[in-house]
Design a protein around this ligand. Structure first.
Ligand code: C2E
Ligand code: CA
Ligand code: CA
Ligand code: CA
Length: 279
């Protein structure tokens, strides 16, 4: 039994060593990827209650030679602990603005909003406002088509800085959406002070909305609260027509999810818009 224990321990250590090695090499590769901008943005459409496309969310992907397309769920947490999210986030904002400039050229895409995810660390950088403003100017786009998705973690500390940063960008018309709404612990006292344009109902509430009474009640409450505050609501993770119908009945006006389209590479996204399948 003793010998067996030792084997298990050795096995365990080897496994831990493997994990450490993978993480170290991934971190090294991520650093190089960030320095050479080896990422790609995918675009997921957002629709209104007549299924008309009103905008998109940009979602980052990392095309890796050996590992294939790496999901942000894998590398964003690593990017956050290493601080690499700062240059990566800059690249995302810059690329989104470049895309909005392209969309400006065509009647079909010129009014689409583009939402980008902003991590708390990125938002807290002293040059965040300057950088976003510079990117908007550089690409000559309308700032009101750029929507920054923030998370509730920004409400927990330095709320005054959060408000100042948002206000500085609102001055030029940038929009703000509160992502994963309902999963954090934001106090309503703080919430009402923020210049938010949109609440994004987290997909965890949408998932079971047709079967779970509490989730349905939460969604309904978020929508009516948003109405009272004059804030738009978008539901994410909408996968079925039943979910869409319930959300519409509760007063939701914007939707995103596999029911409409998964996130697509830019060529596929533009082909989808061309075909106008969602209209
Ligand atoms: P998120 O911002 O909450 O994005 C929604 C996630 O749900 C995306 O996963 C999207 O592909 C997925 N999704 C969309 N529709 C459906 C659906 O109907 N059902 C289900 N089950 N899932 C759906 P993705 O692209 O893997 O991104 C994961 C997370 O990574 C994002 O969650 C966001 O927190 C983060 N992320 C993505 N891109 C960026 C970025 O450019 N910067 C930062 N800081 N974070 C990013
Ligand atoms: Ca998001
Ligand atoms: Ca979300
Ligand atoms: Ca999420």
């Amino acid at each position: 039994a003793k010998k067996e224990g030792r084997n298990i321990l050795r096995f365990f250590n080897q496994e831990m060593q493997d994990i450490i090695n993978i993480r170290t090499s991934l971190e090294h590769e991520l650093r190089i990827a960030a320095e050479t901008s080896q990422f790609r943005l995918y675009y997921q459409i957002q629709v209104d209650n007549s299924n008309r496309v009103v905008g998109a969310e940009a979602l980052i992907r990392w095309p890796h030679k050996k590992r294939g397309l790496i999901s942000p769920a894998t590398f964003i947490p690593l990017a956050e602990v290493t601080g690499l999210i700062v240059p990566i986030g800059k690249w995302v904002v810059e690329s989104a603005c470049a895309q909005l400039r392209e969309w400006k050229k065509s009647h079909q895409t010129s009014s689409l909003t583009l939402a980008v995810n902003v991590s708390a660390l990125q938002f807290r950088q002293a040059d965040f406002v300057t950088h976003v403003k510079a990117a908007v100017k550089k690409y000559g786009i309308s700032a009101s088509l750029l929507k920054l998705e923030l998370t509730e973690s920004l409400l927990q500390e330095d709320i005054d800085i959060t408000i100042d940063t948002m206000k500085a960008l609102k001055e030029i018309g940038v929009q703000f959406s509160l992502d994963d709404f309902g999963t954090g612990f934001s106090s309503l006292q703080y919430l009402k002070q923020l210049p938010l344009d949109q609440f994004k109902i987290d997909q965890s509430f949408v998932r079971d909305i047709t079967t779970n009474k509490s989730d349905k009640a939460i969604v309904k409450t978020i929508i009516s609260m948003a109405r009272g505050l004059n804030i738009e609501v978008i539901a994410e993770g909408v996968e079925t027509e039943e979910q869409r119908q319930l959300l519409i009945a509760d007063g939701c006006t914007a939707f995103q999810g596999y029911l409409f389209s998964k996130p697509l590479a830019i060529e596929e996204f533009e082909a989808l818009i061309q075909r106008g399948v969602c209209k």
